[in-house]
Design a protein around this ligand. Structure first.
Ligand SMILES: [Zn+2]
Length: 223
């Protein structure tokens, strides 16, 4: 089997693996696909971040606040990693962001240019409140009619990426939705009900939120 490599499509705002690339290039000839990292690099970065952010920040000269976030900014973290570890010349902020977004287990999160592990710490003073505070009451997801039919039956599941992406910005949802062919559909997610009934949604960026699954009963078509 050829090695797994992750790509990012700027126009679609999705991550693709090298297996999906030929199909995407066929369908959208003018889309610009950018190589992010190999799966080997992803695993290596994930292991290093887990070690640093869960167990042993001091070995790298990194400091964690009681909420698990690094005192150092992402830019500083990158500089520290490159200085202390070999074979991370390729590391960038975009690559760390990609790792956080595609991670199947939601291991990490970035808040205000700082990163933390969401669980698994061996440092007693660190307390992570996994219930995301300050979630908006509703979030949006832009898609097309065809996908909407599927979402109505099966709920929102990760497609080309490993987590479902939601946004607090109606404008962003429209932009994402119009990147797909076919009739635009904007979906509205009832965040409060989903969270109260145990589904997980967490912040991945300023307007970006991620989830591993949103059942269709929390999803309405916005019109
Ligand atoms: Zn694309």
């Amino acid at each position: 089997m050829p090695p797994l490599i992750y790509f990012y499509c700027n126009q679609c705002d999705i991550y693709l693996t090298n297996k999906e690339v030929p199909n995407h290039r066929d369908k959208y000839k003018n889309h610009n696909l950018e190589k992010i990292f190999t799966d080997k690099q992803r695993v290596k970065l994930s292991k290093l971040l887990s070690f640093m952010l869960r167990h042993n920040p001091q070995s790298m000269g990194i400091h964690l606040m009681d909420n698990g976030l690094t005192e150092e900014s992402l830019d500083e973290i990158i500089t520290i990693i490159k200085k202390n570890r070999n074979h991370f010349e390729w590391l960038s902020k975009q690559k760390i962001r990609t790792l956080v977004e595609i991670d199947k287990k939601g291991r990490f999160e970035i808040i205000n240019n700082r990163i933390r592990a969401r669980y698994g710490h061996s440092i007693p003073r660190i307390k992570i409140d996994l219930k995301e505070k300050n979630l908006p009451n509703e979030l949006f997801h832009g898609t097309n009619l065809r996908s909407y039919e599927k979402i109505r039956r099966e709920g929102l599941k990760p497609m080309g990426r490993n987590l479902v992406h939601l946004t607090s910005s109606l404008k962003d949802a429209k932009i994402v939705g119009t990147r797909h062919r076919g009739q635009l559909k904007i979906l509205k997610i009832n965040v409060k009900n989903a969270i109260n009934e145990g589904y997980k949604i967490w912040r991945a960026g300023k307007n970006v939120f991620v989830s591993n699954y949103i059942p269709s009963k929390y999803i309405r078509e916005l019109n």
